[in-house]
Ligand binder design. Structure first.
Ligand SMILES: CC(=O)SCCNC(=O)CCNC(=O)[C@H](O)C(C)(C)COP(=O)(O)OP(=O)(O)OC[C@H]1O[C@@H](n2cnc3c(N)ncnc32)[C@H](O)[C@@H]1OP(=O)(O)O
Length: 210
């Protein structure tokens, strides 16, 4: 039986498990550090914490980290990979991913997301429901693109940045590392590291990565 272990028994984790089942994984189980008393996450059992997962890595055909915080997800993925975990990619059968795109390990792609030709997704990326990542975009490790966000062609996004729900990024813009693009923002120029931009057109909110 093909078994997937998911670290992070969150709401996002439930969507990962549901997507994984539709993608052919036969059994999904959770591990989590934040809620020690939790035994179920939706329809799926919670088996233990990160340490128990590390001890049981051999039992699972794939591991995915379902923690929404990009920095924490990166730290957990690094730890698991150092321990030899087989990081899985989980792609919804109704996502459309070009055969000429590349998808890093530990990345999850939800329903109705589109990834076009030449796009390059790093490790541990989240492409949330119905977002689009157009041709030749480059997304570094542990980027999160929220539901319905639109990345035009050749956009680059640095490690750990978060694109909010419904945001749009004009072709060719570059977003730095650990930055936040607010919900609904329209980004027409480059965004630096550790920035938070919002509005139409997007302007710096003057707050650090929220
Ligand atoms: C399946 C899922 O659920 S995936 C998750 C999807 N969720 C998202 O995409 C949420 C993205 N997050 C946001 O847009 C947030 O509002 C953030 C990160 C930009 C800011 O959050 P916070 O740091 O809590 O800021 P806060 O709410 O205090 O707002 C600070 C200021 O920015 C403004 N602001 C916040 N968000 C936005 C926005 N999306 N557009 C325009 N202005 C905004 C506020 O009005 C406020 O302005 P003021 O100081 O003049 O009153």
């Amino acid at each position: 039986m093909k078994q997937l272990a998911i670290l992070g028994a969150s709401g996002h984790g439930k969507v990962v498990a549901d997507t994984a089942e539709l993608a052919g994984w036969e059994r999904c189980v959770f591990f989590d550090d934040q809620w020690p008393g939790k035994v179920l996450n939706g329809a799926w059992p919670v088996m233990g914490n990160t340490e128990s997962l590390v001890r049981a890595l051999d039992r699972y055909d794939g591991i995915v980290v379902a923690v929404g915080d990009n920095a924490i997800r990166k730290r957990l993925i690094d730890r698991l990979m150092q321990c030899g975990a087989r990081m899985a990619t989980v792609i919804h059968p109704h996502a459309m991913v070009s055969r000429h795109a590349s998808v890093g390990s530990g990345t999850v792609i939800f329903a109705l997301a589109v990834v076009n030709c030449g796009a390059d997704l790093g490790i541990g990326v989240i492409l949330n429901t119905a977002c689009s990542v157009d041709h030749d975009c480059i997304l570094a490790d542990c980027v999160h693109v929220s539901p319905g966000a639109r990345l035009a062609g050749s956009v680059t996004i640095g490690e750990g940045s978060w694109v909010g729900i419904g945001a749009s990024l004009k072709q060719g813009v570059a977003v730095g590392r650990r930055s936040v693009i607010a919900a609904g923002a329209v980004v027409i120029g480059d965004v630096g590291d550790d920035s938070c931009v919002a509005g139409v057109p997007a302007r710096n909110l003057g707050i650090e990565n929220a």
